[in-house]
Design a protein around this ligand. Sequence first.
Ligand SMILES: NC(=O)c1ccc[n+]([C@@H]2O[C@H](COP(=O)([O-])OP(=O)(O)OC[C@H]3O[C@@H](n4cnc5c(N)ncnc54)[C@H](OP(=O)(O)O)[C@@H]3O)[C@@H](O)[C@H]2O)c1
Length: 337
Amino acid sequence: MPEYARNQSAGFKNAIERVAIVGAGGTIGSHLVAALLKTGKHTVTALSRQDSSNKLPGGVLVARVNYDDEASIVAALQGQQFFIITMAPTAPRGTHSKLVQAAAKAGVPYVMPNEYAGDIEHIKLGQDIMLGPVAKANRDEIERLGMQWITVCCGFWYDYSLAGGEARLGFDFDKRSLTIYDDGNTKNSLSTLSQVGRAVAKVLSLKHLPDDENDNSLTVSGWLNKAVYVKSFVVSQNEIFESVKRVTGTSDVDWTIAHEDTKKRYDDGLALVKSGNMAGFSKMLYARGFYPDDPGNCSAKAQNELLGLPEEILDEATQVGIDLVKELQSRPDRMAS
Ligand SMILES: NC(=O)c1ccc[n+]([C@@H]2O[C@H](COP(=O)([O-])OP(=O)(O)OC[C@H]3O[C@@H](n4cnc5c(N)ncnc54)[C@H](OP(=O)(O)O)[C@@H]3O)[C@@H](O)[C@H]2O)c1
């Protein structure tokens, strides 16, 4: 049965005001927080580990939690209307489950699971990159616990992936080298970190519920147990390279170019992962995303217009990516997987 604001008890406010987030100081979490705070419509509470050295953005309330003490997580989540999880992929398995179990005990109705990847409806691709079944299990657990989810399908993060080394979009800015996958013309949909932040803030700033059965406006409830699809650019590696050359004032002669077949690269990366070497993971992931006959391009489903998201300029995003290189190099453990 659809729920309407009209039928709620007295005092019901038709908005999502109290948002909790794990990873407020992290790669994507910091952008979600910035966009949420910018709306002026949300109180954001950052759940952060007691021993965390992450710098948390100003303007958030901070709740220190201990993942081995469920009561600390439940207490932090009490009274929250929406719980966003952006957690390091290197966090121990089971941490996501600890968080959603605590959310259910605290009575939080909605969770954004730790995904921020490609199209959840592209099952084969999800299986090939090994992330799909894990993410599906996370969403299923949320539903089993009586809550609902909204996930984000954004494809690869453009700026992060450009900066993240050869294993990702093929660029090594220190060596001025580029590995081009196949002929470099396969297009993919990618999103900047800030566009993902804006998309999430837009959805969470909608009315919570329609007023009544005649209200057709967009609402948070319209996205429950569904994905928000977002994109910034639909580009090939060759087009990204053109942008990089414009932004850096370089030309072909300044770059060392190698070519690699995506299917071979996927197999090599997967073999490394299977041997326990996680250095193969990104190689496998990005190679699969650029398969010429089945790329991870989910732009056809992008809801940018629906959400009123701005058009972005490729070269500006390329500059943001280049500016991110040093920061990501300071996270060697993360970049190695
Ligand atoms: N689409 C893409 O291109 C792309 C790229 C990378 C990642 N992703 C996805 O986005 C998700 C978030 O990635 P991110 O880069 O934003 O994460 P991140 O910045 O590496 O980490 C986010 C937060 O996780 C917490 N954390 C770190 N280590 C932990 C541990 N051992 N146990 C528990 N919590 C820990 C930290 O919060 P506190 O220190 O405050 O506790 C940290 O700020 C990933 O899991 C992945 O699914 C997508």
